[in-house]
Design a protein around this ligand. Structure first.
Ligand SMILES: N[C@@H](CCC(=O)N[C@@H](CS)C(=O)NCC(=O)O)C(=O)O
Length: 211
């Protein structure tokens, strides 16, 4: 098994990076340097023509999009039980991942990558402003939806948890600057449970060293 994850430090690719560490099999973490626009280089476009991270390469198989990659890694290590084992928890896990991919990530991109959605400084500023509003609303909706138990999908840790950890980290980052502990206490408690896992620590350490 020769698995390579293409990632950028602190990007959404942190989720599969953590889950690969959880899975426990050997893999290579290959940094895509955004400061050099490597995501748009010919070499990388051959791997992911969408010019985004993450991309996972397993021999001659390439998969992109976080929800698909996370599901795939979980399937490669069934003994680690990173994917729910019953229909309801599975539906919940997928519900969270779909929302993160199409909701949280997209609203954040309106601030961070406004040029995808408009041209001209006034229009860009308007997209960013709307993005800030939408992101605040969606971050609040996440806090409201936090389950009473320890994890997002049933009683067990699943791939959805480290995926949500990424957005928690972005919430406290420079772009949004939320006080996550004060404003989003339930979400923060879950994020800390994810953060203290040794697999998360290893992925974070690798990304920090590469940044
Ligand atoms: N829907 C994709 C989104 C991937 C995505 O937007 N990745 C960002 C990093 S968080 C990226 O590669 N951005 C590069 C760019 O905007 O040039 C997924 O969930 O995998």
């Amino acid at each position: 098994m020769a698995i390579t994850l293409y990632y950028s430090p602190g990007a959404c690719s942190l989720a599969p990076h953590i889950v690969l560490e959880e899975a426990g099999f050997p893999f290579t973490a290959e940094r895509v340097d955004f400061s050099k626009a490597q995501q748009r280089s010919q070499d990388y476009l051959r791997i992911n023509p969408k010019a985004r991270v993450p991309a996972l390469v397993d021999g001659d198989f390439i998969v992109t999009e976080n929800p698909a990659i996370l599901r795939y890694i979980a399937a490669l290590a069934p003994e680690k039980q990173l994917w729910p084992d019953n229909a309801r928890d599975e539906a919940r896990c997928m519900e969270w991942m779909a929302w993160m991919s199409s909701g949280l990530h997209v609203s954040y991109a309106h601030i961070r990558r406004a040029e995808r959605y408009a041209t001209g400084e006034a229009a860009l500023e308007s997209v960013r402003a709307k993005g800030r509003e939408a992101t605040r609303e969606i971050w609040e909706a996440v806090e409201k939806k936090m389950p009473s138990g320890s994890w997002l999908a049933g009683d067990r840790y699943s791939v959805a948890d480290p995926y949500l950890y990424v957005f928690w980290a972005w919430g406290g980052g420079q772009v949004l600057g939320y006080d996550m502990d004060r404003e989003f206490p339930k979400w923060s408690a879950l994020a800390r449970r994810v953060a203290e896992r040794p697999a998360t620590q290893r992925a974070l350490a690798r990304e920090k060293a590469a940044a």
